[in-house]
Design a protein around this ligand. Structure first.
Ligand code: SF4
Length: 475
């Protein structure tokens, strides 16, 4: 994510409203002791600052719109021109296999479904065509995610990409990412994506170890993965990046270092390094519980793996685009991920896809048949709409800054008219003593340990700010 999300008209209006309302921070959160937000002191911060990663709960949100009022509210939103950073998300809910660790597995894939699904998606792209919220203002990044978009048949991939370009007002330099797997992604599909205008591929490699890959339900061997990456790069038409995961059962530090080395040796445009989260309800959670697989890495091991990735990629002169993403070439921008974690508008298509128009969050029908029925009946399949929190742009700016690993307090104060530095100082002083942050000229910078615990820190920070704003609100 870019460090500070670009200001737009709505942000300025938002900050003016806050100043007019005379909102001010009061120190301490309403009904909560300050210590609630503290990290452990006097221990190795990288491995022991907290007991474990805390669960992320949905950010600060406004209230739900009554179901009977959703369509009316949407109509008003659709007549409002879209301004500022904007992205589009196209959801493809199919996976050819269920990876053991995945909590996002949606639907099994069949060839017959590919064309039907593509037809319906293209119909959905047309539903808001001509409306200001869809067509007035450039879209800067499009992301085909899932699921496994590369599971779709070649001709469907091409016509879907072409439909997106035809029905959405893409900026001239729009990043168009196709996410997927290398299994069953051969030259025909690669060329179809390129013919459709894809200029970035984000591929879930996770580990190059064939043993770990196969155990986790990834079908391609290390050699096949390498051959496919080489082929995709040889077209010289798009950024090629991979996701790696650390912390799998059987993935020692040696294996993890080999994963990073292999990704570097493949000469890719960039890579993500994510920590494995084992959820109880996933097949992996069950297999570990039942003793069928060894445990995944514990927190000290994971923190050491994270540190190894940061150190290795820094030594090899990769550019850090966010705490989890590195670029090697100028082709890689990681635009979608950077923008969507900030306050960008997001036009969303497909079952279960979530969008955002000026802070109004909507969720498409997540039932595949219900989504199909609504689209085929000519209705945008929105099942839920949430109005913006009054501080939406402020909280998203904080979230985006934390993803970058630094937060410019004077800049936040200037943009939003809120006394952030004073309100946050008791918290940041404690985090600094705990070895998680450093203050550099009023800019809060996460240390390596702070980067590892970023999700905890972000959640605590958002909670603290929310309670503090509530407590200090005056009119
Ligand atoms: S990791 Fe990706 S491909 Fe595997 S089940 Fe999950 S969504 Fe599907």
């Amino acid at each position: 994510m870019s460090a500070v999300v670009e200001q737009n008209r709505e942000e300025r209006i938002d900050s003016e409203d806050m100043r007019m309302n005379g909102m001010a921070f009061a120190s301490g959160g309403k009904g909560r002791r300050l210590e609630h937000y503290f990290a452990r002191e006097g221990v190795d911060p990288l491995s022991r600052a907290f007991d474990g990663k805390i669960a992320v709960h949905p950010g600060v949100g406004g209230g739900m719109v009554e179901p009977s009022a959703v369509e009316g509210s949407l109509e008003a939103l659709l007549d409002t021109p879209r301004r500022g950073d904007s992205v589009a998300y196209i959801h493809v809910p199919f996976c050819e296999t269920h990876c053991l660790y995945c909590g996002f597995y949606n639907r099994g894939y069949s060839r017959e479904e590919s064309a039907r699904y593509t037809d319906t998606l293209i119909r959905e792209l047309r539903l808001w065509e001509g409306r200001a919220a869809q067509n007035d203002g450039p879209v800067h990044a499009v992301y085909f995610g899932g699921g496994t978009p590369t599971a779709l048949e070649a001709e469907d991939l091409e016509r879907l990409l072409k439909a997106v370009r035809a029905h959405l007002p893409l900026a001239n330099d729009c990043e168009i990412t196709v996410e997927g797997r290398l299994h069953n992604f051969g030259p025909e599909k690669m060329e179809a994506c390129l013919a459709g205008g894809a200029n970035r591929f984000s591929l879930g490699v996770q580990s190059f170890s064939t043993k770990i890959r196969r155990t986790m339900g990834r079908l391609a061997s290390r050699e096949e993965v390498m051959r496919r990456l080489e082929l995709l790069k040889s077209y010289d038409q798009a950024a090629v990046i991979v996701d790696l995961i650390f912390g799998f059962p059987m993935q020692s530090m040696e294996v993890w270092r080999d994963d990073i080395d292999a990704a570097c040796a493949a000469g890719l445009d960039g890579m993500d390094c994510y920590q494995l989260n084992v959820y109880d309800q996933t097949p992996l959670g069950r297999a570990i519980r039942e003793g069928k697989l060894p445990p995944s890495a514990d927190i000290p091991q994971q923190s050491a793996m994270f540190a190894a990735a940061v150190d290795t990629l820094q030594k090899r002169f990769y550019r850090r685009l966010s705490l989890t993403h590195w670029a090697r070439t100028s082709r890689e921008r990681n635009l979608y991920n950077l923008k969507v974690k900030g306050s960008a508008n997001c036009l969303a298509f497909g079952p279960g896809a979530g969008g955002n128009l000026a802070g109004w969050f909507y969720l498409n029908q997540n039932s595949y048949p219900a989504w199909q029925d609504m689209v085929n009946a000519g209705r945008k399949p929105v099942m839920m709409l949430r109005r913006p929190d009054p501080h939406f742009y402020f909280f998203r700016a904080v979230a985006a800054a934390m993803e970058q690993g630094w937060m410019d307090m004077p800049e936040l104060e200037r943009r939003f008219g809120l006394a952030c530095s004073a309100a946050l100082s008791p918290l940041l002083e404690q985090w600094s003593r705990a070895g998680l942050v450093e203050m550099r000229d009023n800019v809060m910078v996460l240390t390596l340990a702070g980067q590892f615990w970023q999700v905890n820190l972000s959640q605590l920070l958002q909670d603290f700010l929310k309670h503090t704003l509530d407590a200090g609100m005056t009119k």
